[in-house]
Design a protein around this ligand. Structure first.
Ligand code: HEM
Ligand code: HEM
Ligand SMILES: [Fe+2]
Length: 497
């Protein structure tokens, strides 16, 4: 038997993909940081004195969720750069600028995290906003970094838009470019400071809600469409038709669905009705996405070019539906939200939604990347080691996240019952709920399942480093898109020049 060793080789990648794997690498590192700081914050729920004064809960929590936002954004940027040249049928424009700004952005991220960790306490002055922390949950980065982020993102937008314009605009390309414009425009709403907390929250939610429930959803619908074409060989006509339907439904419900965050922040009462009605419609496009993915997989009897990617794409369709759709719907009517707002219900939904809708699809693209990076190796059934690593990491990550979600939901129920229903939302009721043994049991189980999640993460990294290394076979070929038009291969052009 001949033995092969397939090292990672960038000559297997086009220029956009070379840039993409840089983004993916940083994304995985930050994912690891997210898991680490999540475990620490979870432990502090159980032992409130742990690391007090050294690494406080609020700092751990901030690093945990900021790392999440940034690694997912890196994952999205990477995924877009990954598909750019093939989709546009043109070599990436502005590659040098793109690479330069990758390094600038990454340096800024490192500095911001170091400042979070080194300057944990201090006065809240104008200079604090500029240099240390803006104090807006999820997007705490100080203003100098905000400006850096906006600049990097404009470069990204320019690269993507110009590459499509010089090549061709596919349906996916067109939706993507318009969406990126909205995604980056909305970020600006989180950048100005006002001392009125209602007004501040009003704009802050433009970034948080409109990002995750409108522009991020559309972005992942685009990369999902591309993923289904690549992995399952679905025809472009079908994925693009679905894409248009999903996008129309998402914007139709998601924009005014924003109202579900305006129930209790001092905004006018009409938001009860608007928020209740439109956010209750938000799960509909998510159902469409599940039907689409499952239908495509069924029609092709799940014969595909990359099993781990396919498994994670399916995890995305279901995770998005349950985490965002079902878990979101549970507390989105104002009559219910009155009891659940600000309890572990939100955290339960937040975890399942961010993981289910976004972490999953980025992981799917990690596997797509590693396959090509090793020279388009076989990644379908019958892997040499039975594929135990990817299967176990898939299981541990999903079981870990499901378990954490259920544990938090149980704690959330205890809070709604004791703090809100029995004690009538008093200060004393808050503490009665937080200290209740049933609440604490949920928090213990959150940590236990968190450890399962962390083990799944370690396996994932190990698998990404090793899968396909000793594989002699080439990948199965079933690319639906290529049945309709010739593939564009950036390397062919480079070779000819
Ligand atoms: C992938 C999409 C989604 C993600 C990532 C997501 C994530 C989150 C997160 C992290 C929070 C907590 C925010 C905070 O810190 O206060 C939240 C709150 C909320 N989400 Fe979602 N969500 C998504 C979709 C949805 C959908 C589709 C619905 C409704 C059907 C929904 C309903 C809600 C409600 C009502 C709250 C407010 C909870 C409260 O403060 O009382 N979400 N979401
Ligand atoms: C080892 C696994 C993890 C543990 C132990 C953990 C633990 C925690 C803890 C203790 C908090 C603070 C909750 C609070 O303030 O009451 C938190 C917040 C949060 N985590 Fe995690 N986490 C983990 C993984 C993840 C993952 C993988 C994601 C998403 C991809 C995620 C998304 C979030 C979000 C969105 C929040 C804010 C929730 C809200 O404001 O309601 N976490 N996490
Ligand atoms: Fe929302």
């Amino acid at each position: 038997m001949t033995s092969v060793l397939r090292e990672l080789n960038s000559s297997n990648l086009n220029d956009g993909q070379k840039l993409a794997v840089k983004y993916f690498t940083v994304a995985i590192l930050l994912f690891g940081a997210q898991v680490l700081f999540g475990l620490l914050a979870g432990l502090q729920y159980l032992h409130p004195g742990l690391l007090y004064g050294v690494l406080d809960f609020n700092v751990n929590r901030m690093v945990h969720i900021n790392a999440m936002v940034v690694w997912l954004l890196y994952g999205f940027l990477g995924s877009v750069y990954w598909m750019l040249e093939e989709e546009a049928g043109h070599r990436i424009e502005g590659l040098r600028l793109g690479t330069l700004f990758f390094w600038i952005l990454t340096l800024a991220v490192v500095v911001v995290v170091l400042v979070y960790l080194l300057v944990q306490v201090g006065p809240g002055e104008e200079s604090t906003l500029w240099l240390i922390n803006e104090g807006r949950e999820y997007i705490e980065a100080p203003r100098w970094a905000d400006i850096g982020i906006v600049a990097s993102v404009l470069v990204f937008f320019y690269n993507v838009a110009i590459t499509f314009s010089k090549g061709r605009y596919t349906g996916i390309g067109g939706v993507l470019v318009l969406d990126l414009l909205a995604l980056f425009g909305i970020y600006l709403a989180g950048m100005f400071y006002t001392p009125n907390i209602s007004i501040d929250q009003y704009w802050w939610w433009w970034v948080i809600h409109l990002w995750v429930e409108a522009t991020w959803e559309v972005l992942v619908a685009c990369i999902m469409a591309y993923g289904l074409m690549k992995v399952l060989g679905v025809s472009r006509r079908i994925v693009e038709t679905w894409l248009y339907i999903e996008v129309a439904l998402m914007f139709g419900s998601g924009i005014l669905g924003l109202g579900h965050h305006y129930f209790w922040i001092g905004t006018p009462e009409y938001w009860f009705t608007i928020g209740g009605v439109f956010s209750a419609l938000e799960p509909i496009p998510l159902v469409a996405m599940v039907v689409h993915a499952v239908f495509d997989a069924g029609v092709r009897h799940v014969r595909n070019t990359n099993h781990p990617t396919m498994a994670w794409l399916i995890a995305h369709a279901f995770g998005n539906f349950f985490g965002a759709g079902v878990w979101g719907f549970m507390h989105t009517l104002p009559q219910i939200n009155l009891y659940t707002h600000g309890t572990q219900w939100s955290a339960s939904h937040g975890h399942l939604a961010f993981f289910g809708a976004y972490a999953t699809i980025v992981i799917a693209f990690f596997y797509l990347a590693i396959q090509r990076w090793r020279g388009n190796v076989w990644m379908s059934e019958g892997l040499p080691d039975g594929g135990w690593k990817w299967k176990w990491s898939l299981a541990l990550l999903n079981i870990g996240m499901t378990g954490m979600t259920v544990a938090m939901l149980i704690s959330g129920y205890v809070q709604s019952q004791i703090e809100r229903a029995i004690e009538g939302s008093t200060w004393a009721g808050y503490f009665a709920a937080q200290g209740h043994p049933w609440f604490m049991q949920g928090m213990v189980w959150r940590e236990i399942f968190g450890v399962s999640f962390a083990v799944g993460f370690v396996l994932l990294v190990w698998d990404l480093l090793t899968i396909g290394k000793h594989e002699a076979r080439a990948a199965r070929q079933i690319d639906g898109d290529h049945q309709q038009r010739p593939a564009f291969d950036g390397r062919a052009i480079q070779g000819a020049v």
